[in-house]
Ligand binder design. Structure first.
Ligand code: NAI
Ligand code: MHF
Length: 272
């Protein structure tokens, strides 16, 4: 589950209902600085979860800033896993244009970080061709492994589970065997989901939205990932490797946790 600094009170409220040691991602939002994200990481640790701060390459001003952030995250919040991502700014703020340039500093393993997540893009990517995408993903994973850390992949959210299944097949066919967390939008109002899709550059045509359960004629309604998770669970085979979910709680933390509880209760046979 992804929880930003300002959502820590909401996480605290539902904490007893989440499995202990769940990984909680702390995204790098434009409005939240390093101090706020460090405080969030400490709070996540104190609640008994595993904090995974995101580092957005294009938002980091200097190597010194990166070193200080990772060192403090490790020392103050016991952080052992981070997620590296390029980030949306069209011009990098400092010396890091992409995720690989962060990995390549050596800062993470030197600070005792054990696992690094990178982004996957089942539906395509705003700036890279298909071939570049695979090459970049392989290079990032190799870089992480070469530095003695464990790579994992967290995908950008999509609305169509078939797109994810096809992408997973291509990923495994290329020999990339690392665990994947599939980004899934938690339940939210249809207009909210459409707004996040637009903000995050996620293509959401009517037929994909329909597969998620969103009908264009019902913009005032809400939609949850029931059909998406059903379809994904039905389509997954051992050949798809280790796959779990990463919730983007666009409709609120409590709503996503409530959805997970309800889904578990009604579809026990599909959960692992
Ligand atoms: N997968 C996910 O969960 C998330 C994805 N994103 C977005 O996905 C995009 C790609 O991130 P990564 O896969 O980490 O790429 P990356 O760091 O592996 O970079 C791959 C290539 O794309 C170029 N690039 C990346 N972002 C760019 C941008 N905003 N403007 C111009 N060129 C850019 C880089 O310079 C590099 O050549 C980012 O813009 C990021 O904001 C953001 C948050 C979460
Ligand atoms: N391209 C891209 N950039 C991202 O930053 C990003 C993704 N994709 N995909 C997955 C997550 C989702 N993320 C986001 C992006 C923006 C907000 C954000 O601005 N939230 C505002 C409310 C905006 C609104 O409701 O219109 C906030 O105050 O929380 C939150 C999470 C971060 N991640």
């Amino acid at each position: 589950m992804e929880v930003s600094a300002k959502d820590i009170p909401a996480l605290t409220a539902v904490a007893p209902r989440l499995p202990p040691a769940s990984t909680i991602s702390i995204p790098y939002l434009a409005g939240e600085g390093n101090a706020a994200r460090l405080a969030a990481a400490r709070a996540v640790r104190e609640l008994g979860f595993e904090p995974m701060p995101h580092i957005s390459a294009r938002r980091v001003a200097s190597l010194a800033e990166l070193q200080a952030f990772v060192a403090r995250a490790a020392a103050e919040a016991g952080v052992e896993r981070c997620f590296v991502i390029a980030g949306d700014p069209s011009t990098p703020k400092g010396p890091f244009p992409d995720s690989f340039s962060l990995i390549d500093t050596g800062v993470f393993e030197r600070a005792g970080i054990k696992a690094l997540g990178v982004g996957g893009h089942p539906e395509g990517h705003p700036v890279m061709s298909v071939a570049d995408r695979w090459e970049v993903l392989e290079r990032k994973c190799r870089g992480i492994e070469g530095r003695g850390m464990a790579p994992s992949i967290v995908t950008q959210f999509v609305f169509d589970a078939d797109v994810v299944l096809t992408w997973l097949e291509a990923l495994r066919a290329r020999g990339i065997a690392h665990p994947v967390r599939v980004g899934v939008p938690g339940p939210a109002g249809v207009a909210v989901l459409a707004r996040y899709a637009a903000m995050c550059g996620v293509g959401a045509c009517a037929s994909m939205l329909a597969k998620y359960g969103i009908s264009i004629g019902k913009l005032l309604g809400t939609a949850g990932p029931d059909r998406f998770v059903d379809r994904l669970a039905a389509g997954l085979t051992p050949a798809h490797g280790t796959v779990s979910l990463h919730f983007f709680p666009f409709g609120g933390i409590a709503q996503s946790v409530g959805w997970i509880e309800q889904y578990r209760a009604t579809r026990k046979q599909n959960t692992r």
